[in-house]
Structures are given as structure tokens and as C-alpha cells.
Design a protein around this ligand. Structure first.
Ligand SMILES: *Cc1c(COP(=O)(O)O)cnc(C)c1O
Length: 392
């Protein structure tokens, strides 16, 4: 297939199968081989082969990177060992003593990396604010502000950031923008088309999609940033190994059908929960009751596959609910084909104080649901039974 041309014409679903440079493989293989070689032989002193040493570049990694980059409408990508390794790689772009403006309620691992490490090792300083308040963003910017770190939707309460006007503001001031697009996957939101410079994913979630891989990836909007990222990949070496690149590329092949089912399940489950007598509040951008539903419709393809709810009851009630569930797995992660449930208070946000959690709206009665690809009727029945028996 002549890729550069056909990609532009084909839809997302088709690109998940064919995009990028996946066909240049031996014996016309229709799926790239796993190249485990650390080194590639040269023919002579002047030979400059495309692949020489796998920390720098590897054919399996390249196949995966080029596919993700095409799905994100970027010009190239760097696959990293984990989501936080991808974040750390982005932070290497900044000169020491830079200031970063960060979305409030950012992923805990991003917060930890910034506050416990890069503040000490790189002199980074930070301001956490709601990035929808453009006046506050403008006021937070300092002469050394080099990066705005976006996350949308946020975890666990699913607040959105209006990406385009924020990126306009950043570009006027020559400030880089990077978004953690993990919760959306490239299926649900393509931030480069809204003006973002860098897109980061934890591939451990929707890109891998099967809860069997740890990985991260950064997609660059332009060649200049891509070149700098690749140099950091080479210099720091937090790159993804070939086996995991294979798994991630294999995951991408089914991203479209998985996300379609997962988002459809999420909408049905969220609508059901909203009318459930044991549920106090539902948070889901795909529901008209979400305060940013209009923005969701403008910016995302669907409401996403994560739903949060506050149930009527205390910690003991919540514990009975999760103990009664038969399909939803109580787990730290999200994005897999199996439905998962997470108690943010004691799990993902456990390292924060009660006061910090309260300020973020995270109480003991909050549960985050990651929708899998099961039949929605079974998911609803599972939740209904668990909620009713917890209260009875
Ligand atoms: C999981 C996650 C990360 C970190 O990714 P790892 O692969 O676990 O290192 C970053 N951001 C978000 C939103 C996540 O959910």
C-alpha cells in the first residue's frame, strides 16, 4: 500500500490497521517481526544503516511508533518503558530551573515526579491551576515558564480542559504544551489537531488495552520536537523494549472496536447509575448532566470509557459494594478489556492527606469505573445487585 497518501484518505479505524511504516518487513509479512537484536551489522566504515543499535532505534519499535504517530496526527513518536518514563522524557526537554504550569488534579505519578524529583534534580517549579481559567493561566506564567502540562479528562472526577484556546495562549508566549491523553486514547481525542505540541500516553491503559503491558509513548507535532525527543531517548534510554512494542502495536489493531464498545458501555452504565436510588452523583462527560458536556461533544468523539460515582453510604457500604461485584475487578489500573473498579480514596490517591483529597472532591464514597468490553447488560446487573445488597 502507498501509505502516505492512503492514510490521509482513510478513516481512523482503517489507520489503526495500516497507518505508519508497518509493511516494510521481510517476506511480505503482514505483521512486523519482533526484532530482539541489540545491534545491526554494518557493511563498511561508511555504512549508515537506518538501524544500528536498538537503544537508538529498532524496527519493531519504529513500526509501533509510526502507527501511534499517525493516529495522533503527529509527525513521529518515541515509545518509552512506561507512562511515567514518557513524562520524564518530556521533562528532559526543559532547561533547569524552568517553571511548569500544571492542570490541577493531575495524575499522581506526574505530581510525584515533579515535586519529589525534578524540583530537587532540575530545579523545576510548578503552579497547579484549573487550565480552563485562562486569566489565571496568564497570571501564573513567569519569565521562566517553559511548559503547560495538560490532562483531560482528569482522574477520577473527569473534568475537561478546553484545549484549543489554552494552546493559542501558550503559543503566543512561546510556551510548550504537552497533554496526558491516556484517558482518551488517540481514538477519543487528537490534541495535536487542537494545537498541542506533545501528546503523552500511558500505553499500559487503552493503547495496550489488555492489562498485559507497561508502556508509554510521546507523540511530537513537529520534526524539531521529534528530533529532540529522539536524542533524549538515546541519551537517557528510557525506551520501550521490542516485545512490549509488539504488544502495544497488536493492541492498537483493535483500538477502534474496543473503544467503541467501551465508550458505549460507559454511556449506558452512567445513564443507569444516574437514576439508581443508591447513587448520589455520577460523573461522566458524555452525560448532559456533566457541566462540560458541550465541550466534550466539541472536543472528544465520545464521553470516554471511565465513569465515576459517589454512592450513598460510608466506607463500609463502599466496601460491601466492591466485595459483592462479580464482574468488575477491584484494581489500580484502567483501560483493559475487563471492567475494573477503583476506590480513589484508598487506592490511586492514597498518598494524599484527607484534607488534600477533600479539597479535590475525593471522598470515601467515590468509586471510579473503567468500562471493559463485556455486555453492558451484565455490567449493569452486576452493579445493580452489588449496590442493592450493600444497602439492604
Ligand atoms: C497510568 C497513568 C500514567 C502512568 O503510566 P504508567 O504506564 O503506569 O507509568 C500517567 N497518566 C495517566 C492518566 C495514567 O492513567
Amino acid at each position: 500500500m502507498s501509505q502516505a497518501m492512503s492514510e490521509r484518505k482513510s478513516s481512523f479505524a482503517t489507520r489503526t490497521i495500516h497507518a505508519g511504516e508497518q509493511s516494510a518487513f521481510a517476506d511480505n509479512a503482514i505483521f512486523p517481526a519482533i526484532y530482539t537484536a541489540s545491534s545491526f551489522a554494518k557493511r563498511g566504515l561508511d555504512d549508515q544503516p537506518e538501524y544500528a543499535y536498538s537503544r537508538v532505534s529498532n524496527p519493531t519499535r519504529h513500526a509501533y511508533e509510526s502507527c501511534v504517530a499517525a493516529l495522533e496526527e503527529g509527525c513521529g513518536a518515541l515509545a518509552c518503558a512506561s507512562g511515567v518514563a514518557a513524562t520524564a522524557t518530556v521533562l528532559e526537554l526543559l532547561p533547569k530551573d524552568s517553571h511548569v504550569v500544571v492542570m490541577s488534579g493531575v495524575y499522581g505519578g506526574t505530581f510525584r515526579l515533579l515535586e519529589d524529583y525534578r524540583s530537587r534534580t532540575s530545579g523545576l517549579t510548578t503552579t497547579y491551576i484549573d487550565l480552563n481559567d485562562l486569566q489565571a493561566v496568564a497570571a501564573a506564567i513567569q519569565p521562566n515558564t517553559r511548559l503547560i502540562w495538560i490532562e483531560s479528562p482528569t482522574n477520577p472526577l473527569l473534568g475537561l480542559v478546553d484545549i484549543r484556546p489554552l494552546c493559542d495562549l501558550a503559543r503566543e508566549r512561546d510556551i510548550l504544551t504537552c497533554i496526558d491523553n491516556t484517558f482518551c486514547s488517540p481514538w477519543n481525542q487528537q490534541p495535536i489537531t487542537l494545537g498541542v505540541d506533545l501528546v503523552m500516553h500511558s500505553a499500559s491503559k487503552y493503547i495496550g488495552g489488555h492489562s498485559d503491558l507497561t508502556g508509554g509513548v510521546v507523540v511530537a507535532a513537529n520534526q524539531e520536537l521529534l528530533g529532540r525527543l529522539r536524542k533524549i531517548g538515546m541519551a537517557v534510554g528510557a525506551i520501550q523494549g521490542p516485545f512490549d512494542c509488539y504488544l502495544a502495536l497488536r493492541g492498537l489493531k483493535t483500538l477502534d472496536v474496543r473503544m467503541e464498545r467501551q465508550c458505549a458501555n460507559a454511556l449506558k452504565v452512567a445513564s443507569f447509575l444516574e437514576s439508581h436510588p443508591q447513587v448520589e452523583q455520577v460523573y461522566y462527560p458524555g452525560l448532559p448532566s456533566h457541566p462540560q458536556h458541550e465541550l466534550c461533544k466539541r472536543q472528544m468523539r465520545a464521553g470516554g470509557a471511565v465513569v465515576a460515582m459517589k454512592i450513598k453510604g460510608d466506607r463500609a457500604t463502599v466496601n460491601r459494594v466492591v466485595e459483592q461485584l462479580e464482574i468488575f475487578v477491584l484494581a489500580d489500573s484502567l483501560g483493559g478489556v475487563e471492567s475494573m473498579i477503583n476506590h480513589s480514596y484508598s487506592m490511586s490517591h492514597n498518598s494524599l492527606s484527607h484534607e488534600q483529597k477533600a479539597a479535590m472532591g475525593i471522598g470515601e464514597n467515590l468509586l471510579r469505573l473503567s468500562m471493559g468490553i463485556e455486555d453492558h447488560r451484565d455490567l449493569i446487573a452486576d452493579l445493580d445487585r452489588a449496590l442493592r445488597s450493600a444497602v439492604a
